[in-house]
Write a protein that binds this ligand. Sequence first.
Ligand SMILES: [Zn+2]
Ligand SMILES: [Zn+2]
Length: 324
Amino acid sequence: MQLAAPRAPLGLVDLPTPRPGPGQLLVRVRACGVCRTDLHVADGELAQGKLPIIPGHEIVGTVSESGAGVERFAAGDRVGVPWLGYTCGSCGFCLSGRENLCDAARFTCYHLDGGYAEYVVADQRYCFPVPDDYDDVAAAPLLCAGLIGYRSLVLTGEAEHLGIYGFGAAAHIVAQVARYQGRKIYAFTRPGDKEGQRFAQALGATWTGDSTARPPEPLDAAIIFAPVGPLVVHALRASAKGGTVVCAGIHMSDIPAFPYELLWGERVVRSVANLTRRDGEEFLALAPKVPVRTAVEPLPLAQANEALARLREGRITGAAVLVP
Ligand SMILES: [Zn+2]
Ligand SMILES: [Zn+2]
């Protein structure tokens, strides 16, 4: 399912099976999660990528062929292919444990064809073994919703009272990890989204409410998964002194002006960008221990447009996963 131009529907096209180059794997896709970033790419909100492009960066598949020099994986191995597809390995960011910020980084679904397909090629160095505890469909959302959620959670430090704004695929995973770590979850949804609030309660949220509401306790930190700038102001207003507001998405509508008083008291607003391989290794080791259970809705690959439309409208509980 290929995107030829922004804001156009994906087209079902028949392409030659790609060939793995040196260091690359040819992966037979078994499942590919649908992430909000796919939607930002399809909607033209991220404009620097290649076109046409095959979206999808929560890929679970099996290695069907290896290029020259591949030694980490062999034919038949199950692998996960995430958003981070390449880094230079030699810049200041790469050499200081921050390869997620590398200027030369290339991303699956943005610069590199992704997993809305039967086959994908991927650099072996950025692929992960997938824990045996999960089947292909259940594992797919771990590859981005899980990884980015985990990185966001780490950036909240020791926060006990944790707000989560936008209760979709990433939130439903991060909430389980946060509960496992003994934190209290305050889940904020679109105003009136009772179904989303029930979903959050079922995952152990201490409190649920509308995104404009004030929680019963000031938040030590908040993670914003919804791409809605005004939530930054709501989250600051709900935060205790010293609180951190983490914006976890790659794109967000403009943040409105707000009084300095809301930031005063050493409150912090920061973003999360991409992932490092270390995030992936840590999270994929932790997930089976929690154990994280993913709520998934499998759909045939040819229904990718429908999956994106439903994500745009907030009509997916948990994560949609495309199956070729
Ligand atoms: Zn670099
Ligand atoms: Zn993603």
